[in-house]
Ligand binder design. Structure first.
Ligand code: NAD
Length: 257
């Protein structure tokens, strides 16, 4: 059990990568605080964890809402006395080149994906500073590193998360807090399924197009990212600080032609 007696807060844990990671953390002995903006999905994750013998609690909050996030962190501390691991996972997609994006859509992507990392960190970090211990995992994406067509708002948001991760690490290293980022490639989750449906007429062609830009013949699975998150959350990664961890089937560093 790699997270025995740890308390982990996972944002956006009602679906996809967040849900699978919450379940994985619980299997490894953590008490998991499941956050989501959707009560139905968050409660489903808690039920799945409890059915497998794990411990979890659902706390509803929109990660862009400062008062709601502050209240959520207060509730979590009241229930568990501390937060050892913060996984800032909640995020939304954004499709379009700059000239196609409405200002409101741009703001929404930046708000959920960047402010949604800032706020939970802002309210959790003081508790970690007090205890001089903690691990924070921020969800970036391999689009922070590569140019990908019609992802202007999304890649800007994930690039910001990567830069923020490094900056946070410098500020909090002296408090024994580690801050690292995950950079997944294309992972089959409801988020990607919806994007494929919206962007392509033929889903088979869409999957073939995605496979062409990576070295692996498979698309990623939520478990692939959950395993990486577990590594960053555990003592096994104790010498990793401010690092990007790629889980991308070879998108960023591979070129097969
Ligand atoms: P998903 O849509 O399956 O799950 C995201 C969850 O976040 C949902 O349960 C949703 O309700 C929740 N959420 C959305 N807005 C929220 C808010 N304001 N407050 C609280 N919760 C909110 O998506 P996923 O594919 O599991 O993605 C999870 C994270 O991984 C995102 O940050 C995404 O950008 C990132 N990511 C995904 C991929 C991929 O290919 N799936 C690749 C790279 C990065």
């Amino acid at each position: 059990m790699k997270l025995q007696n740890k308390v982990a807060l996972v944002t956006g844990a009602g679906s996809g990568i967040g849900q699978t990671t919450a379940e994985r953390f619980a299997m490894e002995g953590a008490f998991v605080i499941v956050n989501d903006v959707s009560e139905r999905s968050g409660l489903e994750t808690v039920e799945r964890i409890r059915e497998s013998g794990g411990k979890a609690l659902f706390l509803l909050a929109d990660v862009t809402d400062a008062a709601a996030v502050q209240a959520m962190v207060g509730e979590a501390i009241k229930a568990c006395t501390r937060i050892d691991i913060l996984f800032n996972n909640a995020g939304i997609s954004g499709v379009g080149a700059i000239h196609e994006i409405e200002p409101e859509a741009w703001d929404r992507v930046m708000s959920v994906n960047v402010r949604g990392v800032f706020l939970p960190s802002k309210y959790v970090v003081p508790h970690m500073m007090e205890r001089r211990a903690g691990t924070i995992i921020n969800m970036s994406s391999c689009v922070a590193e590569i140019g990908l067509a019609r992802r202007a708002s999304y890649s800007a948001s994930k690039g910001a998360v990567l830069a923020l991760t490094k900056s946070m690490q410098v500020d909090y290293a002296k408090y024994n807090i580690r801050v690292n980022a995950l950079l997944p490639g294309t992972i089959m989750t409801p988020f990607v399924e919806a994007y494929l449906e919206r962007s392509y007429d033929d889903p088979e062609a869409a999957i073939a197009a995605i496979q062409k830009r990576q070295l692996s013949g498979q698309l990623g699975k939520p478990e692939d990212v959950a395993n990486a998150a577990l590594f960053l959350a555990s003592e096994e990664s104790s010498f990793m600080m401010g690092s990007p961890l790629y889980i991308d089937g070879g998108i960023v560093f591979g070129k097969d032609a």
